[in-house]
Design a protein around this ligand. Sequence first.
Ligand SMILES: *Cc1c(COP(=O)(O)O)cnc(C)c1O
Length: 388
Amino acid sequence: MKIASRVGAVPPYLFVQISRKIAEKKAQGIEVISFGIGDPDIPTPGHILDGLQAASLDAPNHRYPESEGLPEFRQAVASWYDRRFGVNLDPESEVISLIGAKEGIGHASFAFIEPGDIALTPDPGYPVYSVGALFAGGESHIMPLSEENGWLADLDAIPEDAARRATVLWLNYPNNPTAATADLDYFERAVAFAKRYDVAVMHDACYTEVAYDGYRPHSFLEVEGAKDVAIEFHSLSKTYNMTGWRIGMAVGNADLVDKLLTVKSNLDSGVPQAVQRMGIAAFDAPLDSVDERNAAYQRRRDIVVNVLRSMGLTVETPKASLYVWARVPEGYSSAQFSERILEERDIFITPGTGYGEHGEGYVRLSLTVPDDQLDKAADRLAAWRAEP
Ligand SMILES: *Cc1c(COP(=O)(O)O)cnc(C)c1O
């Protein structure tokens, strides 16, 4: 059988050895606590589930949805963007539904990249940006993120020829995996860069509603001129603990949204309408459940940050996102640190290199570990010290 070379070109899973060790421990009856996966453990709020229950009984919802989404869903998204960010969107032309942000992010490359084109992608970063470019026959130019730059891609460091060949610029704030946030000044510089080089900005904003200490992350579309050059991907997954329901949205520049829809509508048939009704119920409700949930993550964040510091890791307390990003002690690589903790404490922590080579020296811990397990994990980790 012939396998397309693009499939073979997907980078191999980095943690084969670690996965094997986890499986071995589980087979021995050892409880491994994992900080690996960014998948909310807290259930979807009840009022959103009520929206599904009612909609499931309505026969029109048993049929194919439209790829772009129900007019009521797109209106709910536009109203929410207005209330939350002060961003004005035309629900008809500037909003479409997605089967989760991942679907839209993956399909976007097919709309905006062809052989010879470059996607500017952050490293460390969410892997779908560069895999999308690869599948579409383009190339990625890596923008290294670093502590010195506050984990903001340095747009001035992009070589002139890469900037000229680039068709898309991927940004993601609040950031996975580094938990970094961007201010409006940075977004303004990205708009200027996009205009100078005729590049479309693809902003992945799926963590704007996971934030702490009263901090309110921004939409890229808040800055002037953003809608001329940008599309923003958002999702109900992290905002409303809805990863399993698969619903998100792409909003912004009407032409970009339309071209993404051309790709999508030829490959998928949209989000089940009953799930879109959940989305409407979510966006129309007050933000109480989100605040409560953030308070729960914030308590976990503080426990994790404290125990990591006691172990000798360097950690900046995150203002947003589901993650704590920490520098490993002197003398360890990311993978070595992760393997030692798994070996000695039965705890899995993701090496930063899982998100690209520039994640070396760091690890990522997800805050989606239930409270009782988190306390147990903190106890196990507390006595650990890096060898001198
Ligand atoms: C979780 C995540 C997504 C995908 O979210 P879905 O809407 O569930 O597909 C996209 N981007 C980043 C950075 C994520 O962490």
